[in-house]
Design a protein around this ligand. Structure first.
Ligand code: NI
Length: 166
């Protein structure tokens, strides 16, 4: 197991569009374990491979209170989405900022598990929002993209300043 380094906004690597996962081997299993370890340690409720500079369509989430419901989605696609939900979102790549974003409140997702088996799930509320947030990362999109340019630029300059001080 290993903790992976999480890229921070406005790192341009976060804008990379991820490619499909085609090889379901032991290395992928190890990577998924590292993704979970990194997400729990952060701590966060979701992490996309793009955030750790691996540009493949893979994400992990755990929105449970007890942190005992790990879910991994490989090559995810949204089959259908309905309703609307607006909640405060944060992101491990945008540390310290929480802003409301409107997304679908109910989604049907098809994905593959770590063995390559296809599965489908239906998600609502926080879980639905979390999946959509992480799927955005795979397209190089961040939650700050939904904010006004003024707000986004303010967050960008504050984070850049912090990153220079490290
Ligand atoms: Ni995020």
């Amino acid at each position: 197991m290993a903790l992976l380094n999480i890229l921070q906004f406005p790192d341009p690597k976060l804008r990379t569009v991820a490619k499909l996962v085609t090889l379901f081997d032991d290395e992928l299993k190890q990577f998924v374990n590292d993704m979970f370890e990194t997400m729990y340690e952060a701590p966060g409720i979701g992490l996309a491979a793009s955030q750790v500079d691996r540009h493949v369509r893979l994400l992990v989430i755990d929105v449970s209170d007890k942190k005992d419901a790990p879910r991994c989605f490989i090559n995810p696609e949204i089959l259908k989405s309905t309703d609307e939900d607006r909640m405060d979102e944060g992101c491990l790549s945008v540390p310290g900022y929480y802003e409301p974003v409107t997304r679908a409140g109910h989604v049907w997702v098809r994905a593959q598990d770590v063995k390559g088996e296809v599965f489908e799930i239906e998600a609502e509320g926080l879980e639905a929002v979390c999946i959509q947030h992480e799927m955005d990362h795979l397209l190089g999109r961040l939650f700050v993209d939904y904010l006004s340019p003024l707000k986004r630029n303010r967050i960008r300059s504050k984070l850049l300043k912090q990153q220079k001080q490290l």
